[in-house]
Write a protein that binds this ligand. Structure first.
Ligand code: FD5
Length: 213
């Protein structure tokens, strides 16, 4: 089993989502000791925004027809999409920034949204090709929006795009209200911790022990 652990918060050591993805990944590992963990830091290693040289994967042009820069960009997109497809579980740190996700996370999605890899077009419409995996969205927010708000272009966006890729097992670990005073923040983090424990109920206790160690 492969677990892909992704962070996208620029807040470094102060990041709430980085703390929570670390706990979620540790707990999953405690429940599945044979899991192989790969880590992707989308801030330290940010894929650039799509630009003329990086759109080649959409056209399927043979490498000979491409410049070195274009080949390099395609290789990066290929690395990211194959890494995502290979994962059985993805723990995805996704803070709310300006009602949506950090642009590094959007840039990653732009790289892995590839016809023929994560989805394909059929006569009956688009079909996802990345089913069969679990994605844990670790959602952090300054305000509190709950499950369904017109202000939310973060969780709702991620659920839509992952659903488009064929992912049906999407779980939300949410810490919200982080800007609402110390008590609000503590409440938000506790709710997220409960959601993390519910991810692998059989191993919640071992996970806690591993974290204390
Ligand atoms: P993680 N929350 C919202 O609810 N909404 C947003 O649109 N946009 C945009 C940015 C940032 C935060 C430090 C809060 C938002 N947030 O990164 C964000 O979701 O993993 C949470 O912080 O921790 C969450 O914890 C929205 C993110 O996950 C945002 C650009 C940064 C945004 C309606 O919807 C701590 C710094 C900050 C912070 C911060 C900041 C906020 C908060 C903590 S720290 S918090 N809140 N550093 O610890 N902007 O110093 O690293 O939410 O009170 O916990 N900055 N922001 C906020 C820094 O910037 C909250 C609500 C709303 C809008 C914004 C500065 C200088 C330097 C380094 C760092 S809203 S330097 O009005 O409700 C909008 O090195 O000295 C140059």
């Amino acid at each position: 089993m492969k677990l892909l652990h992704i962070d996208s918060s620029p807040l470094a050591a102060n990041s709430a989502s980085r703390e929570l993805t670390r706990r979620a990944a540790a707990q999953w590992q405690a429940a599945h000791p044979n899991v192989e963990v790969e880590y992707l830091d989308l801030v330290a290693d940010a894929p650039s925004h799509l630009a003329h040289d990086s759109l080649g994967f959409r056209l399927g042009i043979a490498a000979e027809g491409l410049t070195d820069a274009q080949q390099g960009e395609n290789a990066l997109s290929e690395k990211l999409v194959s890494q995502f497809l290979a994962a059985d579980v993805v723990v995805l740190g996704a803070p709310m920034y300006n009602f949506s996700v950090p642009s590094q996370l959007k840039a990653w999605i732009d790289r892995i949204a590839q016809a023929g890899r994560t989805f394909r077009y059929t006569e009956k419409g688009p079909q996802g090709l990345a089913g069969g995996k679990t994605v844990v969205i670790v959602s952090t927010r300054g305000g509190a929006y709950g499950d369904a708000s017109v202000m939310d272009h973060q969780e709702s966006y991620l659920k839509a795009v992952l659903g488009f890729f064929g992912v049906t097992d999407i779980r939300i670990v949410r810490a919200e209200g982080l800007a609402m005073g110390d008590a609000g923040k503590a409440q938000g983090m506790e709710a997220a911790q409960r959601a993390i424990q519910a991810l692998t109920p059989e191993a919640a206790n071992e996970g806690q022990a591993a974290l204390r160690a």
